[in-house]
Design a protein around this ligand. Structure first.
Ligand SMILES: *[C@@H]1O[C@H](CO)[C@@H](O)[C@H](O)[C@H]1NC(C)=O
Ligand SMILES: *[C@@H]1O[C@H](CO)[C@@H](O)[C@H](O)[C@H]1NC(C)=O
Ligand SMILES: *[C@@H]1O[C@H](CO)[C@@H](O)[C@H](O)[C@H]1NC(C)=O
Ligand SMILES: *[C@@H]1O[C@H](CO)[C@@H](O)[C@H](O)[C@H]1NC(C)=O
Ligand SMILES: *[C@@H]1O[C@H](CO)[C@@H](O)[C@H](O)[C@H]1NC(C)=O
Ligand SMILES: *[C@@H]1O[C@H](CO)[C@@H](O)[C@H](O)[C@H]1NC(C)=O
Ligand SMILES: *[C@@H]1O[C@H](CO)[C@@H](O)[C@H](O)[C@H]1NC(C)=O
Ligand SMILES: *[C@@H]1O[C@H](CO)[C@@H](O)[C@H](O)[C@H]1NC(C)=O
Length: 522
C-alpha cells in the first residue's frame, strides 16, 4: 500500500534559495522530493517495515591509507519495500549535503525507488563523509580535512559494500561478490559514481550517473551557456545588456558611477566588485533549481517577468534594452522577495555582510562546526574540482560579469582555509590532476549509464559536452534528454515530460539486461 505522498513538487524553496549566496558556489546536486510520511509496508507481503527515516550506522574507516586510525560512524538509510531475495542493491550516493534531505530517494517518486520497484531491489542511501552527521572527526578543521578527498570517498564505497550487514533478510550475505550492487549519483555524486567505477572495476554491477560533473574545470564560464540558450530570449538579451554595462562601469573606475549602479540594486554597501557581481549572478543561478514539475512560479521566471513585462506589455525577443532592464532588475532586487529570502533582510548593510567574501574573520570562514556543507564542499572545490562559475571570455556573450573568475574563488579558498593555503590554490593545476586520475569526460566504463539534460547548466562538465568525441556505446550508454539538472532522477518529472520518461525507461531496459547477465563470483 502506498503510504507515501509527495506534497511538494521537488526542490523546496529553502534549497532553491540556499544556492543564492556565496555559500554555495554550485548549489546542491539532485532534485529533492519531500516525503510526508515515513511509514512503509512491504509491497508484496504487506508487512510493516521500519520507517524510512530510520538511521543506520556503519563503522567506516577514518583513513583508508591507515586503517589503524580506527573508524567513524557513517549514516545510511534503507528501504526494502520492494525487495525480493536475489534482487539488486541500489546504492544512492548522498553527495554534498546532509543526506536526510534525500530520503525521498527511497521512494518510487525518484529513480532509485522506481527502479527498485521494477527490479525487486533494495534502496540504500549513504551519507558522504564530512557532510551531515557522517564525520570522521568532530570538526571541519583543516587538520580533520586531511582525510577529506575524492579518493577517500571512493574507498568508502568499497569498504561499505564489502563489510556492511544490511538490516534486511539475509543482509549479511549481500557483499558485491554475492549480490549485484548498482551505484547512483547526480551532479557531484554522479561524478563520484563515474570515478568509483573507473577506479574499482568489477565492484559495482552497474551504475547510473545523472548530470555527472565528471570533468573538473577551473574556469567554468560555460555554466551560463545552456541557461543563455534556453531561457526566454528577451530576458537573455536584457541580462547580457545589464552585465555588459556593469563591467564597463566597473572598468571605468568612475567611483560615482559605480556607487550609483550599486544603489540601483539596493546593494549600496557591497564593497567589492566581485561580490556585487556574485549578488547579480545569484538570481541567474536559480536556473539550476528548476525542474519541469516546479511550474512557472519560480524565482527565475518571476525575475524574467520583472525584466520583460512593462505596464502589462511583454518585450519582443530583443528585450527592452539597457535602460528599462536596469530599472526592472533594480526594482526587482530592491522590492522583491529574492534578496530578502537570500539574506533575511533588504537592509543595505545586512546585504553587504551577506555577500561579503573579503572578511577572513566572518563566521562563514571561521565556523568549523560539523554539518556545514558549504565549508566541506569548498574544500573539494579548492583542492580537486575547481568549478569557478564566471563570465565568458571577451567576445562571447555572457550572463555573468567578468569580475567573476577563478581568482575570485581562489581567494575565497584562502579565507576558508588559511592553514592550508598560504597563497591561493591554483584551480587549473588541481583540475588537471583530477581529470588525469579519474578519467574526466573520456571514460568508457562498462555498464555505467550517463544521463544528461540539454537545459542543464552543468552539461559542459559532462559527457554531453558540445563537440565531444566520446559518444558512448551500448555498454556505456550516453542518454540525453530535454531536462534540467539531474531531472531524470525525478519520476515526477518523467510523468510530465516525455523525453525525461524516455531516458528513465531506457535506463530500466539496460539494467534489466545487465542484471540478467550478472553472476555471483562467490
Ligand atoms: C509507488 O509504489 C506504490 C506502492 O508502494 C504504488 O501504489 C504506486 O503506483 C507506485 N508509483 C509509481 C509511480 O510507480
Ligand atoms: C520480482 O519478483 C516477482 C515475485 O514477487 C517476480 O514475479 C518478478 O519476475 C520479479 N521481477 C524481476 C525483475 O526479477
Ligand atoms: C519575453 O519575456 C516573457 C516574460 O518572462 C516570456 O514569457 C516570453 O516568453 C519572452 N518572449 C520572448 C520572445 O523571449
Ligand atoms: C508563488 O509562490 C510564492 C512562494 O511560494 C507564493 O507566495 C505566491 O502566492 C505564488 N504566486 C502565485 C501567483 O501562485
Ligand atoms: C540597517 O541595519 C543597520 C544595522 O542593524 C542599522 O544601523 C541601519 O540603520 C539600518 N539601515 C536602514 C536603512 O534601516
Ligand atoms: C552554510 O550554508 C547554509 C545554507 O546552506 C547556511 O545556513 C549556513 O549559515 C552556512 N554556514 C555558515 C557558517 O555560513
Ligand atoms: C556555526 O555553525 C553551526 C552549524 O552550521 C551553527 O549551528 C552555529 O550557530 C554557527 N555558529 C556561529 C557562531 O555562527
Ligand atoms: C577527451 O574528450 C574531449 C572532449 O570530447 C576531447 O576534446 C579530448 O580530445 C579527449 N581526450 C582524449 C585523450 O581522448
Amino acid at each position: 500500500m502506498a503510504l507515501l505522498r509527495v506534497v511538494t513538487p521537488l526542490i523546496l524553496a529553502v534549497y532553491a534559495y540556499a544556492s543564492q549566496s556565496i555559500r554555495s558556489v554550485s548549489g546542491r546536486g539532485v532534485p529533492k522530493v519531500h516525503v510526508e510520511s515515513y511509514e512503509v509496508t512491504h509491497k508484496v507481503t504487506g508487512e510493516a517495515l521500519p520507517p524510512l527515516d530510520t538511521v543506520y550506522l556503519f563503522d567506516q574507516l577514518i583513513d583508508h591509507n591507515n586503517p589503524a586510525l580506527g573508524t567513524f560512524q557513517q549514516r545510511y538509510w534503507v528501504s526494502s519495500q520492494y525487495y525480493q531475495p536475489g534482487g539488486p542493491i541500489l546504492l544512492m550516493s548522498g553527495g554534498e549535503g546532509d543526506a536526510t534531505e534525500l530520503i525521498g530517494y527511497l521512494t518510487n517518486y525518484t529513480i532509485t525507488g522506481w527502479l527498485a520497484e521494477k527490479l525487486n531491489g533494495t534502496v540504500v542511501l549513504i551519507e558522504h563523509r564530512f557532510f551531515g552527521e557522517s564525520n570522521p572527526y568532530p570538526d571541519l578543521s583543516v587538520e580533520s580535512f586531511r582525510v577529506h578527498n575524492l579518493q577517500q570517498s571512493i574507498d568508502d564505497y568499497e569498504y561499505f559494500l564489502k563489510n556492511v550487514h544490511l538490516p534486511i533478510p539475509g543482509g549479511d550475505q549481500l557483499g558485491p561478490d554475492k549480490a549485484p550492487w548498482i551505484l547512483f549519483g547526480g551532479s557531484y555524486s554522479g561524478a563520484l559514481a563515474s570515478y568509483t567505477m573507473y577506479k574499482k572495476p568489477g565492484l559495482f554491477a552497474a551504475g547510473y550517473a545523472s548530470s555527472a560533473v565528471v570533468e573538473a574545470i577551473a574556469d567554468f564560464w560555460e555554466y551560463y551557456t545552456p541557461i543563455r540558450q534556453y531561457m526566454p530570449q528577451n530576458c537573455s538579451a536584457d541580462v547580457q545588456a545589464v552585465i555588459a554595462h556593469v563591467d564597463k562601469v566597473f572598468e571605468s573606475g568612475n567611483e560615482a558611477e559605480i556607487q550609483s549602479l550599486k544603489d540601483t540594486f539596493g546593494l549600496s554597501d557591497v564593497a567589492h566588485g566581485g561580490d556585487f557581481a556574485w549578488a547579480l549572478a545569484s538570481v541567474i543561478n536559480t536556473w539550476q533549481s528548476l525542474q519541469f514539475s516546479s511550474g512557472p512560479n519560480t524565482t527565475f521566471f518571476n525575475f524574467c517577468d520583472a525584466l520583460e513585462v512593462k505596464d502589462g506589455e511583454i518585450a519582443g525577443p530583443d528585450g527592452w534594452g539597457l535602460e528599462q532592464a536596469l530599472a526592472g532588475w533594480g526594482s526587482y532586487y530592491k522590492n522583491g522577495p529574492f534578496l530578502l529570502s537570500t539574506c533575511g533582510s533588504l537592509n543595505s548593510s545586512t546585504l553587504a555582510t551577506c555577500f561579503d567574501t573579503y572578511d577572513p574573520n566572518a563566521d562563514l570562514f571561521t565556523n568549523i562546526t560539523v554539518n556545514n556543507w558549504n565549508r566541506s564542499w569548498y574544500w573539494l572545490l579548492c583542492n580537486e574540482l575547481g568549478f569557478s562559475l564566471g563570465g565568458a571570455p571577451q567576445g562571447t556573450p555572457t550572463l555573468a560579469s567578468r569580475m567573476l573568475a577563478p581568482e575570485y574563488y581562489e581567494r575565497i579558498c584562502t579565507n576558508f582555509f588559511p592553514e592550508a593555503f598560504r597563497s591561493p590554490p591554483n584551480m587549473f593545476i588541481n583540475a588537471d590532476r583530477t581529470n588525469r586520475l579519474y578519467g574526466g569526460w573520456n571514460v568508457t566504463t562498462e555498464r555505467l549509464i550517463f544521463l544528461n539534460g540539454l537545459r542543464d547548466p552543468w552539461r559542459e562538465t559532462g559527457v554531453a559536452v558540445d563537440g565531444s568525441t566520446n559518444l558512448g556505446s551500448d555498454l556505456n550508454p550516453h542518454l540525453l534528454g530535454d531536462g534540467y539538472h539531474a531531472t531524470d532522477m525525478s519520476i515526477i518529472d518523467g510523468d510530465v515530460n516525455p523525453s525525461v520518461r524516455a531516458v528513465q525507461l531506457k535506463a530500466l531496459q539496460y539494467f534489466s539486461q545487465w542484471l540478467s547477465e550478472w553472476k555471483p563470483s562467490a
